[in-house]
Design a protein around this ligand. Structure first.
Ligand code: BES
Ligand code: MN
Ligand code: ZN
Length: 496
């Protein structure tokens, strides 16, 4: 997508359509909509007066200009109530406008920025909302019913003093949104296409474009590192596992190291403890944590953030082949800690255990893992927030703040030691599941057993990584959750 930034006035801009926003309950449109209203002889205020356009959040109306101004159409978009305005709403409204323009069959448009006192982050939010909403996964459509694709848009602003700031915001928004959409492509790919090998290749390919180093470990190296959990989970599949190490060395000196760990199950059938067949196809998304980690490292590299960031992705399928691991098996993890397998469907935590152990070699400032770990997390929080657990309140507070700002909320669940009791095994150091209670927490508690003293946070993204239908500015399918959250997390931390 080409994004232009131009100093221009809404009543002068030449475009197929120009987007202007109107707040609910405004008798007269404010800001640029107000100025435009005067030029077109009060047509916008007339629409408001007649009650045809109320400015409700996401409401749209199209006005044809018939040569009155150079723009051929005016797209009015409702901002909702003035005092409820937020950057999340700006994303939402921008996304809605983009979709509307595409439905009109147009290839480009111009947009004003919403009228508000605080202009901070506005252009970034407009770009994010637009690019995220327009994303579609159509690699496998050979006959496309609907070919229109918006190829560029222009953000206009009348004040030349603001242009530089707007440009910065646009650049940021575009880098972040493109990293998110890159992640979404990986998550949307089905299991036959996105094998562990392919995931490794995709990570490797990033090094051509961005200042990154990548190492892909295969079975011999994984064996040498004694990552038995990863090996055992992989045994039921013909696809060899991979352990992906993507490093962004960081821009600057004496940088803090942060390790990101992402679950990379390219397909989760449950293994011998096989899942019911209903909706099993959704389990192609079980590498969403891994893809988000790679996407976040990509964004950090492109932004030149002042951190050394290591992305670790243990990648494998979980299938019930003849060599598959079984319930009752006892696995010896790379730290030597033993694990009794109660169900082979709790596989994510096993491969993450080996990765978390490896992460601590870097002696990082913090470790953050992302995983579509439990169905129980969807029961607890639905699709509105990722579940968050950890051992360091400062780290968790940073993530909470970043999540709110980025529009990817997280919500903390407790890791009291009583929960840990649920994982006691008669025969090994720990078992891989508890009973049915607190399923999301026992997942976190299991991972916590493999963390020594490093500040650590676990994000369960089972409920946030996939969108069944279009919501707000997210198109259906993979959401790329985690990329925006982590990028904002690093940006905020860098400022302190
Ligand atoms: N990948 C699943 C988690 C999942 C399930 C995400 C449903 C989204 C929807 C994970 O590997 C899994 O199977 N977890 C089990 C854990 C249980 C056996 C303790 C689950 O949630 O049922
Ligand atoms: Mn599973
Ligand atoms: Zn899984």
């Amino acid at each position: 997508m080409k994004i232009n930034i131009e100093k221009d006035r809404v009543e002068k801009v030449r475009a197929e359509a120009v987007v202007v926003s109107v707040y609910e309950k405004d008798k007269l449109p404010g800001g640029e909509a107000g100025e435009l209203d005067k030029t077109v002889g009060g047509k916008i205020s007339d629409l408001i007066k007649k009650g045809d356009f109320k400015g409700r959040l996401g409401q749209t109306a199209i006005l044809y200009t018939w040569g009155e101004i150079p723009a051929k159409r005016i797209l009015l978009i409702g901002m909702g109530k003035r005092k409820e305005m937020s950057l999340e709403r700006v994303r939402q409204v921008a996304g809605k406008a983009g979709i509307q323009v595409r439905e009109l069959g147009l290839k480009s448009f111009a947009t004003t920025l919403p009228e508000t006192d605080s202009k901070f982050g506005l252009s970034q939010a407009v770009v994010e909302g637009t690019l995220l909403a327009l994303y579609r996964f159509r690699q496998f459509k050979t006959k496309d019913e609907d070919k229109t694709e918006i190829t560029q848009f222009t953000i206009i602003h009348k004040d030349p003093k603001k242009i530089l700031e707007i440009k910065k915001g646009v650049k940021l928004g575009q880098i972040v949104a493109e990293a998110v959409n890159w992640t979404r492509d990986l998550v949307n790919l089905p299991g036959n296409e996105l094998t562990p090998q392919r995931l490794g290749r995709e990570a490797q390919m990033l090094t051509r474009q961005f200042p990154l180093k990548c190492k892909i470990l295969g079975p011999p190296e994984i064996k040498r590192l004694k990552m038995n959990c990863l090996l055992q989970v992989a045994k039921g599949s013909r696809q060899p596992p991979r352990f992906i190490i993507l490093e962004y060395p960081g821009k600057g000196r004496g940088l803090k190291t942060v390790v990101l760990v992402g679950k990379g199950i390219t397909f989760d059938s449950g293994g011998i403890s096989i899942k019911p067949s209903a909706r099993m196809e959704e389990m192609k998304f079980d590498m969403a944590g891994g893809a988000a980690v790679l996407g976040a490292v990509r964004a950090a590299a492109q932004l030149g953030l002042p951190f050394r960031i290591i992305g670790l992705v243990p990648a494998t399928e979980n299938l019930p082949g003849g060599a598959a691991y079984r319930p009752g098996d006892i696995l010896i993890s790379s730290s030597g800690k033993t694990i009794e397998i109660i169900t082979t469907d709790a596989e994510g935590r096993l491969i993450l255990a080996d990765a978390l152990i490896y992460a601590q070699r870097y002696r990082p400032e913090a470790i953050i893992d992302l995983a579509t770990l439990t169905g129980a997390c969807i029961i607890a929080l639905g699709n509105e927030a990722s579940g968050m657990m950890g051992n360091n309140q400062k780290l968790l507070a940073r993530l909470k703040q970043a999540g709110e700002e980025a529009g990817e909320r997280v919500w903390e669940l407790p890791l009291w030691k009583e929960y840990d009791e649920l994982l006691k095994s008669e025969v090994a150091d720990v078992k891989n599941v508890g009973n049915r209670s607190a399923g999301v927490i026992t997942g976190g508690a299991f991972l916590g057993r493999f963390i020594d003293k490093t500040a650590w946070a676990h994000l369960d993204i089972a409920g946030t990584a996939w969108n069944e239908k279009r919501t707000k500015y997210m198109s259906p399918g993979a959401t790329g959750v985690g990329v925006r959250l982590l990028t904002r997390f690093f940006q905020n931390w860098a400022k302190q």
